[in-house]
Design a protein. Structure first.
Length: 239
């Protein structure tokens, strides 16, 4: 008799460092391969739990259909200037996706995520070292009490280092929350629903973990910035 839990097939297995597969030529591929995944325990800043929830009232769509569409077209529902390059195998346990994110001031950030868990009605992404946030975010759908499908995005997160925390204090926290509200709105509109997203943001730990300040050496935004500055040099070398 197997000793594995019944849901073992839905979890990523034996992931110590990330390995990215083939990505499009136009994507900026940095700060992913060789990085470890990190949760809120390994982060620096205050810990937040964010929950965005919307009812798909009026749409005759089952939770499993919502999640299937979300997995297949994840990029489609993101706000502009942000790119999610899904792995060839799709959003499946253990797969790694590349992210190219737009930051304030026209800056960019190249990073990735691990698909930590995925089944028919939910999936969870986990961030690597250097990402703006240390944590995980779960996308789920279920049938409410009146049979209406409910969609939820829920994150548990800390900023990864002091630079990111400063940006969070100066407005990044609000922008991040708005990012996921817009994602939920875009998904609802895809199914023909004019959304009314319920948003809850709670600080569950006000402490900053100063012993994690050294995470700044792997800051993906800084590394992407210097990589961008060096673009002319790479072009000349190519000539």
């Amino acid at each position: 008799m197997s000793t594995e839990p019944r849901d073992a097939a839905y979890w990523a297995k034996n992931v110590t460092t990330l390995k990215l597969g083939q990505v499009p030529a136009e994507a900026v591929n940095l700060n992913v391969t060789g990085r470890r995944v990190v949760g809120p325990v390994q982060g620096f800043g205050k810990m937040w739990q964010k929950t965005m929830r919307v009812e798909l009232r009026g749409a005759e769509v089952a939770p499993a259909e919502v999640i299937s569409t979300w997995k297949a077209e994840f990029q489609r529902f993101w706000p502009e200037r942000n790119w999610f390059y899904a792995p060839l195998a799709g959003i499946a346990p253990g797969e790694v996706a590349l992210l190219n994110l737009g930051l304030p001031g026209r800056m960019k950030l190249s990073t990735g995520v691990l698909v930590l868990y995925a089944d028919d009605e939910s999936f969870t992404l986990m961030t690597p070292e250097g990402h703006m946030l240390a944590g995980w975010i779960t996308f789920s759908a279920w049938a409410g009490a009146d049979g209406v499908t409910v969609v939820q995005i829920q994150a548990l997160e800390r900023t990864n280092d002091p630079l990111y925390e400063l940006g969070y204090v100066l407005g990044g926290n609000r922008l991040n929350s708005r990012f996921w509200v817009q994602t939920a709105e875009n998904l609802a509109r895809h199914f023909g629903v004019e959304p009314a997203v319920e948003s809850q943001v709670v600080c569950v730990d006000k402490r900053r973990q100063w012993h994690k300040a050294g995470n700044v050496w792997k800051n993906a935004a800084v590394r992407t910035f210097f990589w961008t500055l060096a673009t002319p040099v790479r072009w000349l070398r190519g000539r």
